[in-house]
Design a protein around this ligand. Structure first.
Ligand code: FES
Length: 260
């Protein structure tokens, strides 16, 4: 099955002033995406903007899929303005996926802001069997809460300003859960969000000897491993986020100011 296909926009809904959720129906066969994989989307058919853009696959639907995205440049601004019926070119699903927990592992899923798009399929797959910690600066940036409440089972929301859920960060929430987690069988963390947050999650996991997998959101140009524009330093050498990632064993990542 080809990884190149076309999809038709069936809905393009604003979630707030800078984020949308877009629903698409694929016009050709599409490989079944795994939790954590992404698509490269050609925003328009001309040369401006020239590059495709990567988007986590928020949800697989009966007719196609949904993407949740932040409007932060020309490409995503164009996508925001696209209407129902428009057809776009898509490549994917691309990249690796979150390894599923074993029978003996208790999953804790930690997302920040738009990072929920990457972990949402995992929340769906684990249907109520995980703790889901979801944080943002303000309540307006905690997306699709009603949907999450239905599928997450144990959903813990937090915001920096306390406007929704607990006041504080996802690290504050998981730190508060430490004693409960200690009583559980082996814990495994999955996380996606802003780099600073993911780095803190990685540090928390290392400190408490918890296995963790994180999805990195590097800038991507080609998305298929050809341009080397997305490499990150790991303990196994340089790795391409689009090919060897976007999901990495957190213990392998060498952060820019890694103290170790
Ligand atoms: Fe080109 Fe990853 S985006 S190699």
């Amino acid at each position: 099955m080809s990884r190149y296909f076309r999809a038709r926009i069936t809905e393009n809904l604003p979630l707030n002033s800078s984020h949308n959720i877009i629903s698409l129906a694929n016009l050709e066969d599409m490989e079944e995406p795994l939790p954590g994989q992404f698509f490269m989307v050609q925003i328009n058919q001309g040369y401006d903007p020239l590059l495709k853009r990567p988007f986590s696959i928020y949800r697989k639907t009966a007719e196609g899929f949904e993407l949740l995205f932040r409007i932060k440049g020309k490409g995503t601004a164009l996508l925001k303005g696209m209407k129902e019926g428009a057809v776009i070119d898509v490549i994917g699903p691309l990249g690796n996926s979150y390894p599923l927990p074993s029978e003996s592992q208790f999953p804790v899923i930690i997302a920040g802001g738009i990072g929920i798009a990457s972990v949402h399929p995992l929340v769906e797959r684990l249907s109520g069997k995980a703790y889901v910690i979801y944080g943002a600066k303000i309540g307006d940036e905690l997306f699709m809460r009603e949907d999450l409440e239905k599928i997450a089972g144990n959903l813990l929301l937090c915001t920096d300003d306390g406007s929704c859920g607990q006041k504080g960060t996802v690290i504050d929430v998981i730190t508060g859960l430490r004693s409960r987690l200690r009583e559980m069988r082996e814990v495994i963390i999955y996380s996606c969000g802003p780099a600073a947050m993911v780095r803190e999650v990685t540090m928390f996991a290392a400190e408490h000897a918890i296995k963790a997998y994180v999805s990195l959101e590097e800038h991507m140009a080609c998305g298929i491993g050809a341009c080397l524009g997305c490499v990150v330093k790991t303990r196994k050498g340089y790795r391409r986020v689009c090919r060897e990632g976007p999901v990495f064993d957190a213990a392998d990542i060498i952060w820019r100011e890694d103290p170790r």
